[in-house]
Design a protein around this ligand. Structure first.
Ligand code: PGA
Length: 378
């Protein structure tokens, strides 16, 4: 009996599928592709310039893929996967409509929102990322900051944790910086700050919460090496930052030698930073330590996503210089322009100069944030 027309179509498609499967898998099975395909989670894909780092540091866990080439010194070079686009990974929930404004300046995402709502928004992004990774059974590392800026975020994280909106079993945190020379348990140390505002409430153990020790510096500083190792073992999926009035991030102060390659190290604090932090030390600048340990720009920029928080008009000049100005060591936060995945979250006061200099004021923005666009008194 002649096969029906339907049957011959069916067998043709069967053969076609088989041919496609064979053509795509055979070269791989036969080792024709001498490249290594390994998981990439952010890290380098977040940076513009391709560069070489040891494979273990780059790829601790799964999904996305990139092609790596092995070189004789046993390091791997990652071919930059396709031209990278800045990602819009953040979302603004409906309830913030008309209460938050998102825009781009100099290709960087800026969200203008008041401090309380901004805290809730950023906390939600962190929870979403944590839960999304948790669902894939992946551990998550958050890079955290101290100071007044992240407090609304921490309050919202604590509230959500109490409401069982997320679990912390697979979460670890690494803090940006710490003073040098404070007694263990000193209430001004950033370790205590973190315990008080977040760590205790999220029930994170000492194995999950990492920060530099505030002990005095010793030779070869093993403390820097210890943190550096932790950074290598736990690439950060999210990095929270504040910004200093002088444009510092972490304790990376304006300094002619600062660059995107500056490593994690001990730094001397500037007088302006010591003065800005004096209120925590009873208003006495002389009590503020002179040195600190800080993640360098190199490590900060290795985080997959970065959010910078800024509240209040004291930050407006630093914000404008960092976002609109050229990348330069005298404005450390301008180095963030090298990262593809930064969102600046600030209130109208902090955004004032940015909007004036950026020249992108729309009627809609003016309606939402009238204070932004008042002409300064003469
Ligand atoms: P602040 O400090 O959050 O207390 O304003 C930020 C910083 O100096 O980095």
């Amino acid at each position: 009996m002649m096969p029906s027309r339907f049957q011959s179509y069916k067998s043709f498609f069967k053969q076609l599928t088989l041919a496609v499967v064979l053509l795509t898998t055979l070269p791989i099975l036969m080792g024709a592709k001498k490249e290594y395909t390994v998981p990439v989670e952010g890290l380098d894909s977040a940076l513009r310039k391709p560069h070489r780092i040891p494979i273990k540091r780059m790829f601790p866990d799964k999904p996305k893929f990139a092609t790596l080439k092995k070189s004789p010194d046993r390091t791997y070079t990652m071919d930059r996967p396709k031209p990278l686009k800045r990602q819009t990974w953040w979302t603004i929930p409906k309830e913030l409509k008309n209460k938050a404004f998102a825009c781009q300046f100099n290709k960087q995402h800026v969200i203008v929102v008041d401090k309380e709502k901004g805290g809730a928004l950023v906390a939600q992004w962190m929870i979403d990322q944590l839960n999304e990774r948790e669902a894939r059974n992946l551990p998550t590392t958050f890079g955290l900051a101290t100071g007044s800026s992240p407090i609304p975020v921490y309050e919202n994280l604590v509230k959500a944790f109490r409401e069982q909106k997320f679990k912390t079993d697979n979460l670890s945190t690494i803090n940006l910086d710490e003073y040098i020379g404070l007694e263990p348990g000193d209430s001004n140390s950033y370790k205590q700050f973190m315990r008080q505002h977040l760590i205790a409430d999220l029930e994170l153990t000492d194995d999950q919460f990492h920060i530099f020790d505030s002990q005095a510096q010793s030779e070869n500083d093993p403390e820097i090496q210890r943190l550096q190792k932790l950074l290598t073992q736990n690439p950060r999926h999210f990095q929270l930052l504040g910004i200093g009035e002088n444009g510092h991030i972490g304790f990376n102060e304006p300094d002619d030698t600062l660059s995107a390659e500056t490593p994690t190290r001990i730094v001397k604090l500037t007088e302006s930073t010591r003065k800005a932090n004096a209120p925590y030390f009873g208003g006495d600048t002389t009590k503020v330590p002179t040195h600190a340990r800080t993640l360098g720009p190199k490590d900060i920029l290795h985080a997959e996503r970065i959010v910078v928080l800024a509240w209040g008009e004291k930050k407006k000049a630093a914000i404008a210089n960092s976002i609109l100005g050229p990348i330069k060591p005298q404005v450390p936060a301008s180095l963030l322009q090298k990262h593809l995945n930064v969102v600046w979250v600030m209130d109208a006061e902090a955004a004032a100069t940015l909007f004036k200099q950026g020249g992108r004021v729309t009627r809609e923005m003016a309606r939402q944030f009238p204070t932004l666009f008042q002409t300064p008194e003469k």
